[in-house]
Design a protein around this ligand. Structure first.
Ligand code: SF4
Length: 484
């Protein structure tokens, strides 16, 4: 090993501004009553004198909305940040309303508000700051019904973003047996087969990638530059000049496996099929196998584990719904506890996709039991895709910008990953944790609205019981059959 290889490199994501390439509808409509504005301007001219044209035409907005060639008579809504200063000072002249066009970006789950947040993170790489105080709701359905414990927030040294004390976001992918056994020659019978990625985020395969060379190359390069994983259907591999260790081919069939011309670190099988699994193991003896399956399918989980699969990619739809209608949080908890109860949780890696669309969903998914998250719809939104109606399954339609510059796309995904990692560090720092691996399954670090409301109001007649707690333990343990 060379000297350079042994040097310690602190993980860092290089962020750079990558502004939108396609104009999206402005967030706000600026409605001006022109006759009242004319009257206001007359008063301003009288007050400042005609020589102060730039002052007169800029008012009442410091963001340049009223600084176009004809000032507020043709307001430049694209510059409006919604600070409401203008309408507070001149309510009879100007009104600011949300733009219904903008609200149509995204869909019922990936709301326009979350689209705005993801777009900002992808454009800047920064954590969005919303100003003084949070004025929204403190609970709600889905992820909003889960709160994280920030009780250690006052500890000054656990300051991940600013880096006075390093917080590791490295996660292991693969299998570590609970103990080692050795053969007569002293060689381990089943050595740990594991590699690490420096952040618990990767990229899931996206619908219709095989027909999108630019999208494929962006995902592959972003994964390489972030040193994480990009899942690519075998049909899309033809768009790459040279595969890197960051590529995870997704195989649907034996024919797909035969077309993979390199030895990946990880191969995804798109469905459970004993013969396909045996074929993949035969072809790629050095590679780890990952099985894709829907959340909630415990019998397949059990069968695949028994045959030796140790890495699982659990999938919900893009709205975070399981086939039986439950939310993804229940699915994560169920799969994690399935292995905990059988005493083999550390032997497996659980990755998940579907329904994780905001930075705070990542620590929540890890607390519930995932090792890492594979991003799907946030990647599309970061690349300025628009959904045609509800985008719930891979069969639903989306449109990316016609021309997708590769450098721009890679930078947008790196920015998104940096912003989400910073927010994860913030949560870890606030919990006093120095390693994201310690967060996995730490359900005591979370509170659930359902539980707290039941505690507070459960005795009151008529209180609607929201069902079992997401933190509840599942069925009694059952020993797993294992073929080594
Ligand atoms: S809301 Fe703020 S940014 Fe928008 S026009 Fe008024 S002053 Fe300018």
């Amino acid at each position: 090993m060379s000297h350079a290889e042994t040097l310690y490199h602190r993980y860092h994501i290089e962020t750079r501004d990558a502004p939108d390439i396609e104009a999206w509808p402005p967030r706000f409509q600026v409605k001006v009553k022109k006759h009242r504005l004319a009257w206001l301007l007359l008063r301003e001219i009288f007050h400042y004198g005609p020589g102060r044209k730039e002052v007169i035409l800029s008012r009442p907005c410091v963001y340049g909305v009223f600084s176009g060639p004809v000032g507020g008579f043709a307001p430049r809504s694209q510059y409006c940040v919604g600070c409401l200063r203008c309408t507070t000072q001149y309510p009879d002249v100007v009104q600011i309303v949300p733009n219904p066009e903008r609200r149509r970006l995204g869909d019922a789950y990936f709301t326009a508000k979350i689209v705005d947040t993801v777009a900002y993170e992808a454009a800047t790489g920064r954590v969005p700051v919303r100003g003084a105080g949070y004025r929204g709701k403190f609970g709600g359905p889905g992820w909003d019904g889960m709160w994280t414990d920030m009780s250690e927030i006052v500890r000054p040294t656990r300051d991940g973003i600013h880096g006075r004390e390093y917080i590791s976001t490295l996660v292991d992918i693969g299998s570590r047996p609970a103990f080692l056994t050795f053969d007569a020659q002293g060689e381990p019978i089943q050595p740990p087969q594991v590699f690490a990625i420096p952040l618990p985020l990767g990229f899931a395969a996206l619908p219709r990638m095989a027909g999108q060379p630019a999208l494929t190359r962006i995902l592959a390069r972003a994964a390489a530059e972030l040193d994480t994983l990009a899942l690519l259907p075998v049909d899309a591999l033809k768009h790459l000049d040279a595969p890197t260790p960051h590529i995870v081919p997704v195989a649907e069939s034996a024919a797909d496996l035969a077309r993979v011309s390199f030895t990946p670190r990880l191969v995804e099988l798109a469905r459970w099929d004993e013969a396909l699994y045996a074929d993949a193991r035969g072809r790629f003896a050095e590679s780890l196998m990952m099985l894709r399956l829907p959340y909630g399918d415990l019998s397949t989980l059990e069968a695949a584990y028994a045959h030796g699969v140790r890495v699982f990619h659990l999938v919900a739809d893009y709205h975070g719904r399981l086939p039986d209608g439950r939310f993804v949080m229940d699915g994560i908890r169920e799969a994690h506890t399935f292995f905990v109860e059988r005493g083999v949780r550390d032997e497996v890696t659980l990755l998940g996709s579907g329904g994780v669309i905001a930075a705070e969903h990542v620590p929540k998914a890890i607390i519930l039991g995932l090792d890492a998250v594979l991003l799907d719809t946030p990647v599309l939104v970061a690349l300025q895709a628009r959904f045609d109606g509800e985008f719930r399954t891979p069969a639903d339609a989306y449109r990316l910008p016609k021309h997708l510059p590769e450098d721009w796309g890679v930078q947008r995904l790196k920015n998104l990953a940096a912003a989400w990692r910073d927010q994860l560090l913030e949560v870890l720092g606030a919990m006093g944790l120095r390693d994201v691996r310690r967060l996995r399954g730490e359900i005591g670090r979370a509170m659930f609205q359902r539980d707290l409301e039941r505690e507070a109001f459960g005795d009151i007649e008529g209180f609607p019981d929201g069902g079992p707690s997401p933190a509840a333990a599942p069925a009694a343990p059952v020993a797993l059959e294992v073929q080594r």
